[in-house]
Design a protein around this ligand. Sequence first.
Ligand code: NAD
Length: 261
Amino acid sequence: MDQLEGKVAVVTGGGSGIGRAVATQLADAGMHVVVADVQEDALDATVAALVGAGHRAIGVRTDVSDGESVQALADAAIAEFGAVHVVHNNAGVGVGGPIWTHTERDWEWVLGVNLWGVIHGIRVFVPIMLEQGGPAHVVNTASMAGLISVPYLGAYNVSKHGVVTLSETLHRDLRLAGSEIGVSVLCPGLVATNIFESQRNRPADLTDDGRATGLSALLEGAGESRATEDAIGSFGQVLSPDEVGAVVVDAVRTDRFYVLT
Ligand code: NAD
């Protein structure tokens, strides 16, 4: 999709981190942006910054793990802008710790947001793009943890491996359908965002039982586990959200499938 000016992008998890950087850079490239996030304050801050910079943007509170909520997001985007040309299924959360200590609710939460969030995004937005015709692009945020199995991130690894195969399958199915809608799967290493405190997003019924939670557990574990240290080493340097955002915008423009950072 080389021409972004005046087109419409939806970015989930756009209240923070990578999603906020992508929303900002797509707006700077001339796109109208629909920002989606489960956290209203973060959502409002991103939208206020975009509108303050002179861009056209709206915010829609969305829980990507809920199909009806994602459908309502699409309805709001169409009502405001009449089309959707780019969707970035980006919202994500993590729980750390040895895989056997993940509770059933931990699995439900991480798979619900990271995997079902992308499934809902595909089911809701791809038919809209097919029907409207013309250039369009889907970006799904996986992770390096979608390509390798990082210690202490069992549920996260499973969800992100799922996002990689969802993206590959979507790409192939679109080509078989004769569509030129682009697909990218973003697989970053470590990025300096709020995800390391992602337990702040945990549903209320996941009470604090004293375990390290969120991806911060991965970093805490680094002192104890040689394997984890190696895994962190293999991720390379810690990137800023803006660096990742720039790579995503370039991938949308040039129709690149794997986006490693
Ligand atoms: P972040 O915590 O800064 O941003 C994630 C955003 O998603 C938050 O604003 C949060 O409120 C939102 N969110 C959480 N649950 C949601 C839900 N149910 N519905 C809608 N929004 C929800 O983290 P980030 O690092 O910017 O994460 C963005 C994506 O990048 C995630 O998919 C994450 O797994 C992935 N990722 C991050 C890293 C990293 O090192 N930070 C590395 C690889 C992949």
